[in-house]
Design a binder for this molecule. Structure first.
Ligand code: HEC
Ligand code: HEC
Length: 426
């Protein structure tokens, strides 16, 4: 065969090979508003944490070290067996894998993750706490969580030599543990409440103040739990740099299609926006009540409880002058908050099933099906509208959510118990 004929015969094959090997054409011709929206979801758009004026120790490294110890220490519980980390397990993105949490007793709600939670203006599914240190005090006194009570916590700080040194290095002196009983708290059982009433008001204040400081250290620790860079962030930054992305290089076709639905037809970005994929607000999404529970009033009750909390920004244990307590003073109120819950962030959401405030859905597929149907709310109005999406499109949304996985951007020590080799501190 002469060379010319050979070349003609091989040409289609060579062309096919070149087509196969060549980089795919630039895939994503995101129109300008879409490109800007994608860039706004990137972790590169996440600002540094703003200071917490109500917590003078919020960014004190020594407080973070003390907080880490407290976080992993089961002695901070009524039965010596439950620490924050029992429910917020680092290897599960600080969740517990259960629909409803179990502490010293069975709980009522699902455990949310803690990575990036320091950016929240409000804490809990119903936002009933408005600072991270006030939140941290709540499980310590809730009987079905740790339930130790404030005097037991302060006694431990005062009697454990390591805690005592660490605490006194940051805060003032601790109250003398011989002057108050082991169990005394305005939140405890009958005996604890009676013991609390018998203490003189000055000592009550000193105990509550040291207890608040334990919360401030726990908050300082959790400010270290920052989210890491995902494949999606590399993609979003490339889009922001004018689309120099090759299809399949950073995100695959399905992931990109899922992203398109997420910011488009799916309306997800209405609530899950910004670099943490949450608007930090409260919405009613028509989630059914948990099994055997009444529908949750959500934020309607939450805002009232936050205002009444003695450890809030306007309270006597806060380090902020009242004019800096803006969130609390200007918190939105109204009937539309009935049944509204906090929009969770979606980074690492694939690592934290089950989902929703009482773990109603076992899988992301169930969550997405819920959004497709958008059922009538049991209480208030479902703000999400039904979606005309095929099963394939729901699957693409799910595949996109998988691109949001990354290790936290926190040094290893913050992700591990300081009590090495599983050794108990006791
Ligand atoms: C028994 C399990 C359990 C223990 C122990 C526990 N938590 Fe939680 N945590 C939960 C549950 C459940 C929620 C959500 C409760 C709700 O919204 O009503 C939660 C919520 C939170 C939140 C709010 C997250 C958000 O997105 O608003 C933070 C922060 C937090 N916990 C930190 C801590 C700290 C710090 C400790 C230890 C002092 C602790 N938790 C102990 C189960 C637990
Ligand atoms: C109207 C606001 C709103 C819209 C729109 C919305 N979400 Fe949500 N999302 C929420 C709220 C609020 C929750 C928590 C609800 C609860 O537990 O009661 C939530 C929970 C979730 C969860 C569970 C997270 C967890 O950790 O439990 C996922 C996943 C999720 N949404 C994904 C999406 C996707 C994907 C879309 C688009 C199809 C979407 N959301 C649209 C507000 C919204």
């Amino acid at each position: 065969m002469n060379k010319r004929i050979l070349a003609i015969c091989l040409a289609p094959g060579v062309a096919f090979l070149i087509w196969l090997l060549a980089p795919a054409p630039l895939p994503d011709h995101w129109a300008e508003p879409e490109a800007a929206l994608i860039a706004s979801l990137s972790i590169s758009a996440l600002p540094p944490l703003s200071p917490d004026p109500s917590n003078a120790a919020a960014d004190d490294e020594r407080a973070a070290m003390l907080g880490r110890r407290l976080f992993f220490d089961p002695r901070l519980s009524v039965n010596g067996a439950v620490s924050c980390a029992s429910c917020h397990r680092p290897e599960l993105s600080f969740t517990d894998g259960l629909p409803i949490a179990v502490g010293a007793g069975p709980g009522k709600r699902h455990t949310p993750g803690l990575i990036g939670v320091a950016y929240s203006p409000w804490f809990y599914w119903d936002g009933r706490r408005e600072s991270q240190w006030a939140q941290a005090l709540t499980p310590l006194e809730t009987h079905f969580e740790q339930g130790a009570g404030r005097s037991a916590i302060v006694r431990l700080l005062a009697t454990d030599p390591e805690y005592r040194t660490m605490y006194q290095d940051i805060f003032a002196d601790l109250p003398d543990p011989t002057r108050f009983p082991r169990s005394a708290s305005p939140q405890g059982g009958e005996l604890a409440q009676e013991n609390w009433r018998r203490l003189d008001p000055g000592l009550q204040f000193d105990i509550a103040n040291a207890f608040a400081n334990a919360g401030k250290a726990l908050a300082a620790y959790q400010r270290k739990l920052l989210p890491g860079r995902t494949r999606f962030d590399d993609y979003a930054d490339a889009v922001a740099r004018n689309g120099a992305v090759r299809q399949g290089q950073l995100l695959n076709r399905d992931e990109i299609a899922g992203l398109k639905l997420f910011i488009g037809e799916g309306n997800c970005v209405n609530c899950h926006n910004g670099p943490l994929f949450t608007n930090h607000d409260f919405h009613n999404t028509g989630i059914l009540a948990g099994a055997g529970q009444l529908p949750s009033m959500g934020r309607y009750d939450g805002v009232r409880l936050a205002r009444k909390d003695p450890f809030n920004c306007l309270g006597e244990f806060s380090d902020a002058p009242p004019e800096q307590c803006l969130e609390l003073r200007f918190a939105r109120d109204g009937n539309e908050l009935a049944g509204a819950h906090k929009t969770p962030g979606l980074r690492n959401v694939t690592l934290t099933p089950p989902y929703m405030h009482t773990g109603q859905f076992a899988s992301l597929a169930q969550v997405l099906n819920h959004y497709k149907v958008a059922p009538t709310a049991m209480l208030g109005h479902n703000e999400a509208k039904p979606l005309d999406l095929s099963r394939g499109e729901l699957r693409q949304l799910e595949i996109f959510l998988r691109s949001l996985e990354a290790k936290p951007a926190a040094a290893r020590e913050w992700l591990q118990s300081p009590f090495s080799h599983g050794r108990n501190p006791c």
